[in-house]
Design a protein around this ligand. Structure first.
Ligand code: BEZ
Length: 401
């Protein structure tokens, strides 16, 4: 990973263990209760993809969270920080074992992760029972802040329902009524499609066909052939990371780009427009972030991120940065005393985070209430076109908190 180190003296306080190889490489897990003199490091375990199709998402989240810690002077609540990185591989069957490892063996104070909704389902079930503090910096599984909601579980990203919902209305307003849906057929893709349908079907939209592709497969040819024969007004898709690169390139190569409008939640073009090249130009998506948001916090973040890592920030970086800021708010409020969990939770619930995406608030179920924008790719940049939904809140079905 080629990257420039920001402010070396501050970063020195953040120790990194593990990364890459599935399980953590830490040999001695030291409990870090404030009771042992306030000297122990705060242990933050990441359960993020450092391999597979979502690798760049996991890296962006980790980079930006580290940037937030660096900007905090390398300390949280007065304590140094130790990161224990675990590669989730975006594989749900491994999630329970890896979560247990972080919580019970590594005795982390916070788990930050995951990216994949299936991993999130397993992780959230365990974290609820264990009471370990969790900050979800991407995975949108509705249940995490729905039926599985818990005082110790926070999310700084979105619910899968949220980004798709405003796209339904956007297409209808333009008279596009007949749509095909195509998505990775796991929790995130299915819930994203449902969010779109909830904003589309009750207002007169018609979903002609849904095409599911097993995650993380990228053989799209038969789906594209079917779409070409249906000739809908638009196609709404959920793909991200490496899969989004492949889909957008295949879409253009098949000649559909000039015939049918391709839309989706912003993950379709986040962090991947360079790899997608000309095929991405003109694609419209809805998301809670856009590169060109004209906000002081966004300008400052994008330039600090570029300086530190030599690449452009994206929504995953924003969510990781805000995860770092949220943890900082919690730990600063209790002077680093992780045992004071109720006070820490209270501080995190009411934290005012100066996010690159703009101000957002935490819902009662611990999910962001935030603006969603219609965006369009121009010269490789996800540009804001307009506000598509103001302060959109997830329905938080089944949350009793
Ligand atoms: C998810 O699995 O929840 C997800 C993955 C990538 C982008 C957005 C959502």
């Amino acid at each position: 990973m080629a990257r420039k180190k920001p402010e070396v003296s501050r970063r020195a306080a953040i120790t990194m263990i593990g990364a890459g190889a599935g399980l953590v490489a830490a040999s001695s897990a030291i409990p870090t209760r404030f009771a042992i003199g306030g000297q122990a490091k705060v242990r933050i375990g990441t359960l993020l993809p450092y391999s597979g199709t979502y690798t760049r998402l996991g890296q962006a989240i980790t980079n930006a969270m580290e940037l937030a810690f660096t900007q905090a002077g390398g300390k949280l609540g007065g304590r140094d920080i130790e990161l224990i990185k675990v590669d989730s591989e975006a594989k749900p069957p491994k999630a329970a074992e890896l979560t247990n490892k972080l919580i019970n063996q590594e005795k982390v104070d916070f788990v930050v992760g995951p990216v994949h909704s299936g991993v999130a389902m397993a992780m959230a079930k365990i974290a609820r029972e264990e009471g370990t503090m969790v900050v979800v910096p991407n995975a949108g599984a509705n249940q995490v802040t729905g039926a599985f909601c818990a005082p110790n579980i926070f999310r700084t990203s979105f619910s899968n329902w949220q980004p798709g919902h405003p796209m339904g209305r956007t297409l209808l307003d333009e008279g596009k009524k007949n749509v095909v849906l195509c998505y990775w057929a796991y929790g995130a893709g299915k819930q994203s499609a449902q969010g779109f349908k909830d904003g589309f079907v009750p207002h007169g939209g018609n979903v002609i066909k849904e095409i599911g592709i097993p995650f993380p497969k990228v053989e799209f040819q038969s789906a594209l052939t079917e779409i070409a024969s249906i000739k809908p007004d638009a196609v709404y898709v959920f793909f991200a990371g490496g899969g989004a690169v492949k889909f957008v390139k295949d879409w253009a190569a098949t000649g559909l780009k000039d015939k049918i409008e391709l839309v989706g939640p912003g993950f379709l073009t986040e962090g991947v427009t360079k790899a997608q090249g000309a095929a991405a130009e003109g694609i419209r998506t809805t998301l809670h972030y856009a590169d060109t948001l004209d906000l002081p916090a966004n300008h400052a973040f994008r330039s600090a991120y570029k300086k530190a890592y030599g690449k452009d920030a994206d929504v995953y970086a924003v969510q990781g940065f805000d995860a770092g800021q949220l943890i900082r708010a919690g730990l600063d409020a209790v002077g680093g005393d992780t045992g004071a969990q109720a006070a820490m939770i209270k501080a995190m619930e009411s934290a005012s985070i100066d996010s690159p995406r703009g101000k957002w608030t935490m819902s009662k179920a611990h999910n962001p209430v935030q603006n969603f924008y219609l965006r369009k790719v121009k010269n490789g940049v996800n540009e804001v076109i307009k506000l598509a939904a103001e302060n959109l809140s997830d329905p938080a079905k089944g949350c009793r908190m």
